[in-house]
Every structure is written in structure tokens, then in C-alpha cells.
Design a protein around this ligand. Structure first.
Ligand SMILES: [Zn+2]
Length: 278
């Protein structure tokens, strides 16, 4: 660990360094960490802004979309004067403006079966902020195959869910919870059903917190637990998740051993899925 901080770094990170569980060693651990944020939308915005502010050394941001006016109600990394700009580059500019000392890597591409393993394999932790089931299952399967920790959040209307999946460390994976995507049309997208913007901010900030805990190795992670927050009721539930021995992704005899099913599905499906730019 490189503990050779500049005077500016000591000032910038002083409130972290003061924490006994973080200190200089933890701050150096953050500087050495690599996190991939998939989707620079309502979830990805607070994730990448807080990771950059925290001094996470390398932050990849993958998004193929461009900013639309309807995104700005919740996607706080972007600004009105950047409508039309690629989200990956807008988000990278926002992160660098907060902390020019971290390496922000904008990847203007759609994560798909052809690039997911190579991209995800280059990072330690993946934060999923995608907005459709095809992308969520692709990210989840790629993380299992690449043995990467996945911090997954989802929002709809006034509700959010959060969990951490790391079957390589013994916990359940996303498919232990949801073995297969729901039939098209069963679950509305937030483009159809709406979402309170601040709810995405809470869940994204929570994702960032869990990513920082995983990097620092502090506290109780969310592997094996699903948090469900109802913003209208202001109530939080925790559901215990178990690993499924028959899981198609992480089970004893998995049927998913590569991403070929995702490639085949993408060929037969419209490119956008249920996209709303969460
Ligand atoms: Zn599983």
C-alpha cells in the first residue's frame, strides 16, 4: 500500500483518515481500488460521484446513451447544458470536477455479451445501475463468471432494493434470487411507471457506501441479505437470501457457463429493452 499522501490529499481525505476503521491504510486501499459503474443514470450518478469524492483510484463508467431532458429529474451527474452529450463522458466530467486525482474511464458502449467479461474482468467491484432485465442478468452472469463482487440496486416508483452478490466468497448470486427474467411486460419499467428521483439517489448512495465497505473490508456487507425500502411508508425490510444449490449460474452444475445465451437473446430482441435510463 502506498501511504505517501500529498498535503492536498491529507486535507481532501481528512474526514476519512480520522475514522479509525479507515485511516491512512484504508484511504490507500481506496486509491488502489477499481470499480466499474454500469449505467450513468439515476443510480450510477450518485455511485460514481461518491466513489470519486472518496478517492477510489479507478472508476470505469460504461453507458451507451445520450442525455435527454427527461433524465435530469434524477440523473444528477448530468446538467441541462449537456443534454445530447454522451452520458459516459458527461459523468466522467462530473466525477473529475469533484476529484481530479482519480482515474475516471468513460466507456461509451453498450455492455453486451461480446465485451462484458473483458470489461468486468478489469475491475474489482461492479455497481449495477442498469434499467432493464436483459442488462441486469447479463451483468449478474458476467460477474459470476469473472468472480467479481456485484453491488446491485433497483428502483421503481417509490421503492428500492439493494443487495451484494459474491458467490465466489460463498454467498448467493442474483439468479439465486431471480432464476430468470420475468416475462416481457409483467414488470413495468420506470419509463412506464415512473420513479421519484430522490429514491434513485438514496439507492445509488447506498450502493456507493456498500462498495466502499467492500473495498475497506469493514462492517457487515449485504451478501446474503436483500434490503427493500418503501419510501412512502418510510420503512425498511431485510430478507435473508440463501444460495441455491440448483442455481443455473452459481450452483453445483450450472447451465450458464458463458454468455452465449445473452448474445442469442440480444439478436432476437429490440436493442433498447425496457429502457428508461434509471
Ligand atoms: Zn446463484
Amino acid at each position: 500500500m502506498d501511504l505517501d499522501f500529498s498535503e492536498d490529499d491529507i486535507q481532501r481525505y481528512s474526514r476519512h483518515i480520522l475514522l479509525p476503521e479507515v485511516g491512512g491504510t484504508g484511504q490507500a486501499r481506496l486509491a488502489a481500488a477499481r470499480v466499474l459503474v454500469v449505467g450513468a443514470g439515476g443510480l450510477g450518478s450518485p455511485v460514481l460521484l461518491y466513489l470519486a469524492a472518496a478517492g477510489v483510484g479507478t472508476i470505469g463508467i460504461v453507458d451507451h446513451d445520450r442525455i435527454e431532458l427527461s433524465n435530469l429529474q434524477r440523473q444528477i451527474a448530468h446538467t441541462t447544458d449537456r443534454v445530447g452529450m454522451a452520458k459516459a463522458h458527461s459523468a466522467a466530467a462530473a466525477a473529475r470536477a469533484i476529484n481530479p486525482g482519480v482515474d475516471v474511464v468513460p466507456i461509451e458502449a453498450r455492455l453486451d455479451a461480446s465485451n462484458a467479461l473483458a470489461l468486468i474482468g478489469g475491475y474489482d467491484i461492479v455497481c449495477d445501475g442498469t434499467d432493464n432485465f436483459a442488462a441486469r442478468f447479463l451483468v449478474a452472469d458476467a460477474c459470476v463468471l469473472a468472480r467479481r463482487t456485484l453491488i446491485s440496486a433497483a428502483v421503481l416508483r417509490y421503492e428500492g432494493q439493494l443487495s451484494t452478490f459474491k458467490p465466489h466468497a460463498g454467498g448467493p448470486c442474483y439468479r439465486c434470487l431471480y432464476p430468470a427474467p420475468p416475462p416481457p411486460g409483467l414488470v413495468p419499467s420506470c419509463g412506464e411507471a415512473g420513479v421519484l428521483g430522490a429514491v434513485t439517489g438514496v439507492l445509488g448512495t447506498w450502493q456507493a457506501t456498500e462498495a466502499l465497505k467492500e473495498i475497506l473490508g469493514i462492517g457487515e456487507g449485504l451478501s446474503g441479505r436483500l434490503l427493500i425500502w418503501d419510501a412512502l411508508a418510510a420503512s425498511l425490510r431485510t430478507i435473508r437470501l440463501r444460495r441455491d444449490p440448483a442455481c443455473p449460474s452459481c450452483g453445483a452444475a450450472p447451465s450458464i457457463t458463458d454468455l452465449s445465451a445473452h448474445a442469442a437473446a440480444a439478436e432476437g430482441a429490440p436493442a433498447e429493452g425496457a429502457a428508461c435510463g434509471v
